[in-house]
Ligand binder design. Structure first.
Ligand SMILES: [Zn+2]
Length: 554
């Protein structure tokens, strides 16, 4: 049977020490429940002694029953020269009523004497007494040996003494921490090989990524005998972050034959990674191993024709095993085989209106020359192919819109948009405000469409990017707007290009809404073909363009 390794998540504590990561107590509870459902064994909720938000989180968490995970509270060893029961922070730890408590203490002599300012002997007592006190209160105790590797390099005997003190206190697991993330993998391996045989307590690893080695260090520690890996989802954390638990899981369970979670759970890895980035409001990293949007994405024509014969030619594993999917990009680098692959994937028939794969490649090259970039806008690409081949029915038509921006000497500027659309014979006029002209337009469009297409409510904006691009023929500069949207099932990108930023944003907004609707609204092909022959192929020329230019320049 595969050896079991416990995953210990500290996204809610170490992860929130990442520069841009901010989680409310409610966000933390949502993530904790998600981690629990996923099958993570330990979820560190926070440091109740350090801030009121974490204290509130534990208060809320007491009312929620977790199915798989043990919630843990984090704190430090007692302060110098007092008893553990007199220490406020330790009382706060016990107050959380978690079954498991994680205590960190100093393994580096420099930290004990220069940062804490205590004698080396007192530091050992602080560790042993704190652990023993918590054990006496019936807690499972995880002991984090902070700076263990730096400490060991500086003074091996003392570093070893500190973890022995934790073991004497009764610690259930001793976790070696590479707190500064500066330990080389070969050093870590040597140190663990020296230390492990001298301990009988189960051990773990807590690695930071300052040298890009957190993952290598964590896997090496497991091979050396560690049975717990601490890390964060997506590797969020102080400075360069912690080890990414998603990558740890993928490697341990899929590549190295260890067992961490139920095998079916692996198919939800991608979902978990994206869920946490969504709640933390961090743009998902495309290149993230296993779960990134680009992890199984092919762009070069040669690669694409090869994977159609055999995916393993350019893939180390099946994307479905981790809930990800294979993607093929289409850009001016692409050949006809990319289009063939793409249209099969999208379930589109080629040849409509005379558009075969060759003519579509030509059309893409023409648009990319104008500034479009379809490898970053698959939603728009799918719509484009459906439109030129007569397989897309426009769900609504824009009659007109107007955007105004008002700014006076002292107040902040305000934006309003009014929009008129038609759906069949129905017309709808709405107005909305926003944090800027594009936001106002987005709000007005959604409001107008809501009545006809309530599923629009599920959509959210992930990212909005504007980029200035040079006109190819020496004409004025254009802007390219790229929007990422999401619903509960997927993330898609759409694009707009124009000399006018509002016009470019409008194109990208409309594409993003149409893409969402196209998933559910495509009628029978004959009907679509009939419609398509009577309608414009793109919404690029909105009647309101002239008006908007007036607003922006005036
Ligand atoms: Zn840490």
């Amino acid at each position: 049977m595969a050896k079991q390794i416990a995953l210990y998540d500290t996204t809610l504590r170490d992860g929130t020490q990442g520069e841009q990561v901010n989680l409310s107590a409610e966000d933390k509870l949502r993530i904790a429940q998600k981690l629990d459902e996923f099958g993570i064994q330990y979820v560190e909720g926070g440091w109740p002694g350090s801030n009121p938000k974490d204290a509130r989180f534990f208060e809320m968490a007491q009312k929620v029953a977790l199915k798989n995970a043990r919630l843990t509270a984090f704190g430090s060893t007692r302060r110098a020269d007092i008893n553990p029961e007199e220490d406020q922070n330790i009382r706060a730890l016990l107050g959380t009523e978690t079954e498991t408590v994680t205590i960190f203490g100093k393994s580096w002599d420099l930290h004990a004497s220069e940062i804490l300012g205590v004698s080396l002997h007192e530091n050992l007592s602080m560790i042993e007494e704190t652990v023993a006190y918590l054990k006496g209160r019936d807690r499972e105790v995880v002991y984090d040996a902070e700076h263990f590797f730096d400490g060991y390099k500086n003074n091996p005997d003392y570093a070893l003494e500190t973890v022995r003190a934790a073991a004497r206190g009764g610690a259930d697991v001793i976790v070696f921490c590479d707190t500064n993330g500066g330990t080389m993998t070969h050093e870590l391996q040597r140190i663990l090989e020296e230390v492990m045989p001298q301990l009988t307590v189960p051990t773990g690893i807590h690695a930071h990524n300052d040298c890009g080695l957190a993952l290598a260090n964590s896997l090496t520690a497991v091979q050396a005998g560690a049975v717990m890996v601490q890390g964060t989802i997506n590797g969020y954390g102080e400075r360069c972050g912690n080890v990414d638990l998603i990558s740890v899981l993928g490697n341990l369970q899929l590549k190295m034959g260890y067992s961490c979670i139920e095998p079916e759970g692996l198919r939800r890895m991608t979902e978990l990674s994206r869920y946490v980035s969504e709640v933390a409001n961090m743009p998902p990293l495309k290149e993230r191993p296993f779960v990134g949007k680009s992890a199984f994405t092919h762009k070069a024509g040669v690669h694409v024709s090869a994977i159609q014969k055999r995916p393993a030619a350019y893939e180390h594993m099946e994307p479905e095993e981790v809930g990800n999917r294979r993607r093929v990009l289409v850009s001016d680098l692409a050949g006809k085989s990319n289009i063939d692959y793409k249209t099969r994937e999208m379930d589109i028939k080629l040849g409509g209106n005379g558009y075969d794969n060759k003519k579509i490649v030509q059309e893409i090259k023409r648009l990319e020359d104008e500034g479009y970039q379809f490898d970053a806008a698959e939603g728009s690409l799918e719509l484009l192919i459906k439109k030129v081949t007569g397989q897309f029915e426009e769900p609504f038509t824009l009659e007109s819109f107007r955007v105004t921006i008002e700014k006076n000497r002292s107040g902040p500027s305000t934006s309003q948009a009014t929009i008129k659309i038609s759906v069949g014979d129905d017309h709808e006029i709405t107005a909305a405000e926003g944090d800027g002209p594009v936001n106002a337009l987005d709000n007005a469009l959604r409001k107008a469409l809501n009545k006809f297409f309530p599923q629009i409510k599920e959509m959210g904006l992930v990212d909005f990017k504007v980029r200035v691009i040079e006109g190819s023929d020496g004409t004025g500069a254009k802007v390219r707007v790229q929007i990422e949207s999401r619903d509960s099932r997927e993330i898609w990108s759409t694009i707009g290009v124009s000399e006018n930023v509002i016009e470019a944003s409008w194109q990208a907004l409309v594409d993003s809404v149409q893409y969402k609707l196209s998933k559910e609204l495509n009628g029978p092909r004959e009907k679509r073909e009939k419609q398509a022959s009577n309608e414009e192929t793109t919404t690029a020329d909105s009647p309101a363009q002239g008006e908007l230019r007036g607003v922006l320049s005036g």
